[in-house]
Write a protein that binds this ligand. Structure first.
Ligand code: ZN
Length: 388
């Protein structure tokens, strides 16, 4: 837990503190950022039950009337928008800690190369014996998964006291399972894809990005203009594809690509990048029962890798995810990704969920469908690890 570091950094963020005094922000945050056991204050005054017409169209899951994620929040903190940014996410995380004290625990896993925090937001009892990890946006241009995970968090929090999942009190599930969310594993890359080069603070990193473009263009790896190239960026701010920066057949990944690039460059060694180190450290210091990795696009589910120590369990997870999302289960084996490393090296079951239909960045017009397909995923897998 690195709350002091978080506290210091959060209080230097001008964008975050504009709506509250510095002292209120810091003391309030500090007071709220720890789990205080099952809360007894009912927070569902902010919710109304959804009518039958508000059931998700196309949902393949049987309607559960009082299922918390089918309720409509009257005053939501998280308001998904196109290019939902790092700053917006940071502000919303802070506001969630203020509204739901005792139900949310905030950790900072580390900092990105360009100085942004990598947040780990824990919903439920952080001391629970069962833990799951839901992480996403390790690939920059796939940032549509960020508001998705933020909304998943807010619904868990809003439904914590009175919500149910599959006829069980959500509070009972969340008292037994800690759900770790890392909603933006690659904050610099997301910012670069959304805002272009001006989103990056460091001149040294901006120069690395320009060099990557020059080399990718010279080698025929891209024919896009510079702005489009940055929009389609997947890597971190020094051109390393973070999902190829884990120790799972690392040596075999794209050996011909030896320089910074918008995608596909694995770095100088496994875990050479601070963002990958942050995720690996979290996973190595917690005994996660399952890991869910959000990516885009394709509306498909991956569950396998070479040397998978948890193949049967991961396949069963994919079938369960498919039942609520309607996404196809694919058997191709991943190489080098975080999921693959966890399955192969640490024997943790996991799946990759690829949301969206359109080319990345996925069009925001798809967001509502993505939400409807994925809103139940956290409760599904929290309940799953309790019963498997
Ligand atoms: Zn991806």
């Amino acid at each position: 837990m690195n709350i002091i570091n978080y506290f210091r950094r959060f209080c230097t963020k001008g964008a975050v503190i504009t709506y509250l005094s510095l002292s209120l922000t810091c003391s309030g945050l500090f007071a709220s950022a720890a789990y205080a056991g099952p809360a007894d204050d009912a927070s569902l005054g902010t919710q109304t039950h959804a009518g039958p017409g508000q059931e998700a169209a196309g949902s393949q899951q049987p309607a559960v009337v009082n299922s918390f994620y089918n309720q409509v929040l009257s005053d939501p903190i998280v308001k998904p928008v196109d290019k939902y940014s790092y700053g917006q996410m940071e502000q919303d995380i802070y506001l969630l800690t203020q509204r739901y004290p005792g139900k949310i625990t905030l950790n900072v896993l580390g900092q990105s190369l360009d100085g942004r925090n990598i947040y780990d937001v824990v919903i439920g009892n952080p001391q629970a014996s069962k833990k799951i990890l839901i992480q996403g946006a390790i690939h920059a241009r796939e940032y549509i998964v960020v508001p998705l995970m933020m909304q998943q968090m807010e619904y868990l929090l809003a439904g914590y006291d009175s919500g149910t999942y599959q006829n069980q009190p959500l509070s009972s599930i969340l008292n037994q399972v800690a759900i770790h969310f890392v909603p933006m594993a690659n904050p610099d890359g997301v910012t670069l894809s959304q805002m272009g080069e001006n989103g990056i603070n460091s001149e040294e990193l901006r120069q690395t990005i320009r060099t990557a473009y020059a080399l990718d263009t010279a080698e025929g790896r891209t024919s896009l203009d510079y702005d489009q190239y940055l929009t389609r960026w997947k890597s971190n701010a020094r051109g390393v594809d973070l999902n190829y920066n884990f120790d799972a057949k690392w040596a075999d990944i794209n050996p011909e690509l030896t320089h910074a690039s918008s995608n596909g460059y694995k770095g100088t060694s496994p875990l050479s990048e601070p963002e990958a180190q942050a995720l690996a450290g979290l996973i190595q210091s917690n005994s996660f029962s399952a890991i869910i990795s959000y990516h885009a696009m394709g509306r498909v589910l991956y569950w396998d890798t070479e040397g998978n120590q948890k193949a049967a369990e991961s396949y069963d997870m994919a079938l369960n995810a498919s039942a609520v999302t309607g996404y196809s289960v694919l058997s191709s084996k991943g190489v080098g990704g975080l999921k693959d490393w966890a399955q192969k090296t640490l024997a943790i079951p996991g799946i990759t969920i690829e949301v969206g239909r359109s080319v990345c960045p996925v069009a925001f017009s798809e967001y509502q469908a993505i939400w409807d397909q994925n809103k139940a995923i956290p409760a599904l897998f929290a309940n799953y690890v309790l019963t498997h």
